[in-house]
Design a protein around this ligand. Sequence first.
Ligand code: ZN
Length: 223
Amino acid sequence: MKNPLLEYIVNKQKAINKHLLFRKIEVEIVDGFNIGDSLEKIESSIPEYFFNGVDKIVIGQFRDKDHNRSFYKDGIIYVSINNQEDVMRDISHELSHFLFDKYSIFEDVLISEEFMGKRRRLFDILLYAGYNPPKDLFARSDYNKEFDDYLYETVGYQKLTSHIIGLFPDPYSVTSLEEYVSTCFEFFFIKDRDYIKKICPATYKVFNHLIGKNGKLYFVLRT
Ligand SMILES: [Zn+2]
């Protein structure tokens, strides 16, 4: 099923457990998934004001039109069930997409320079390894299906992983600037902050800036 709403309705027929994040954001969890203390962990690691404007989080089984299992759409974060750590990572990752949508905070020239510098290095690495990387697609920072397919199918994530160690946090983060920031975001808040500090220092600095001095100050709403 490709329509998230349709799938959501199917999920709704199963029992739904309701929780609250920060005592205000409804979290609906399909029966049978044990969320454990993941919500408390999110509350203690991600600033509450990052969630301002998120209406609801739904944890179930989803696929959007691009076959993504987790996604953000119209104020709602959809996350497919997985192990607890992955659910926390997915919530933070989709939260980052929400922030991208709402604010211009990640349109920092230092982040895009860092990202494009990494793209250029990866281009050279792949060229040296005998691939024929498409230069025009490597030079684009926005999402592009052709480039996504090139990384996922032509190179393959398993091989790509060995070429991006110390450069990108994971293969999907190579896809676009927004996926890069969103993956760094999930590493920074959930998985491994030190790794982001080490390999993505400019992005790390912007995140640190956002959570410092009560954060709110640095949010710039999109007009
Ligand atoms: Zn994403």
